[in-house]
Design a protein around this ligand. Structure first.
Ligand SMILES: Nc1ncnc2c1ncn2[C@@H]1O[C@H](COP(=O)(O)OP(=O)(O)OP(=O)(O)O)[C@@H](O)[C@H]1O
Length: 295
């Protein structure tokens, strides 16, 4: 399927969406909310309630909703970073719901995650070259020269240079670090990437460059993105389809263009009405012409 959305047309990126890369069905997850003096759970919060979604190769499915709706929990469940109470998860056709640890580790090379805050997601004590290479070490099967080549190639692709290899996170800006996190997420050639608010922690001025980078990489590698965001103006630019979450459930899932033009769902319309007006608000997301600014 070729992308015909305004978002796809904007940067001249044409997409070929293909097979289902990520499929989750009937996922539920509750967390302990209160414990008694003996440490027993006396109250739980139903963070995710019967969520089913599919993301195809090459497409971006945005998962939106207000704070606390359960978006991040779904993202983590999708890669089994946390365990579901019920439901099933398939990555590239493989059912990973009950998969053992060593098989799951292999899956983690094919399905990865980019977190909101690179200052928290990257090891503060590791040089950048180790942070990027680490997923290859944990996967195994890469020679030392192969690892070096891949780190160098990805560093260049995300707009950084060999000068950054020996730096530590505290020596870099948030935008540069998120580029490092992207390089790290892609170094094992995954096909599925869960992006959890990947630009929300960055300065407004560099968000669009990082978003463009993500879009270019998706087109080059036919990546399936589950893109978690609460920013509807950003979602308008990046999403092919949108799933709307409210209190743990999906209340609507549709093509982005259809959802923006005439959603009948009251909650979706409330989210859309929160998009700042076009006029000169710094808060409205605008795509940048290129990703090649190492912000
Ligand atoms: N580790 C946890 N322990 C207990 N409750 C949690 C935990 N993680 C999330 N929750 C609760 O689960 C619900 C869903 O949280 P989640 O972070 O998935 O929502 P979200 O839509 O991603 O919100 P935000 O946009 O604010 O990150 C919330 O009520 C939250 O307080």
């Amino acid at each position: 399927m070729t992308d015909t959305t305004a978002a796809g047309a904007h940067a001249g990126i044409r997409k070929n969406t293909g097979d289902v890369a990520l499929a989750i069905e009937g996922l539920t997850k509750s967390y302990p909310a209160k414990r008694n003096l003996l440490g027993r759970v006396t109250e739980t919060v139903d963070a995710v309630r019967g969520v089913s979604l599919e993301v195809r190769s090459g497409e971006t499915l945005a998962l939106v909703g207000e704070s606390g709706a359960g978006k991040s929990t779904v993202g983590r469940l999708a890669l089994r970073l946390i365990e579901p109470d019920t439901g099933s998860i398939k990555v590239l056709g493989d059912d990973i719901t009950a998969m053992g640890r060593s098989d799951l580790r292999k899956v983690r090379g094919r399905a990865t995650m980019i977190f909101q805050d690179p200052f928290k997601s990257l090891n503060p004590r590791a040089q950048i070259k180790y942070s990027i290479a680490e997923p290859m070490l944990s996967q195994g099967g890469y020679s030392s020269s192969d690892r070096d080549k891949r780190v160098a190639a990805l560093l260049d692709r995300v707009g950084l240079t060999a000068h950054h290899l020996e730096r530590f996170p505290y020596e870099m800006s948030g935008g540069q670090l998120q580029r490092v996190a992207i390089a790290r997420a892609l170094v094992t050639d995954p096909e599925v990437v869960v992006c959890d608010e990947p630009v929300a922690a960055l300065d407004m001025s560099i968000r669009s460059h990082v978003i463009n980078l993500l879009r270019e990489l998706q087109a080059e590698r036919n990546l399936a993105y589950l893109f978690i965001s609460h920013d509807m103006s950003l979602v308008r630019v990046i999403a092919d389809r949108i799933a709307v979450m409210k209190r743990g459930e999906i209340v609507e899932c549709d093509e982005a263009a259809a959802l923006f033009s005439d959603s009948a769902n009251e909650y979706t319309r409330t989210l859309l009405s929160a998009i700042p007006a076009a006029h000169p608000s710094q808060r409205t997301f605008r795509p940048a012409p290129t990703s090649r600014i190492a912000g």
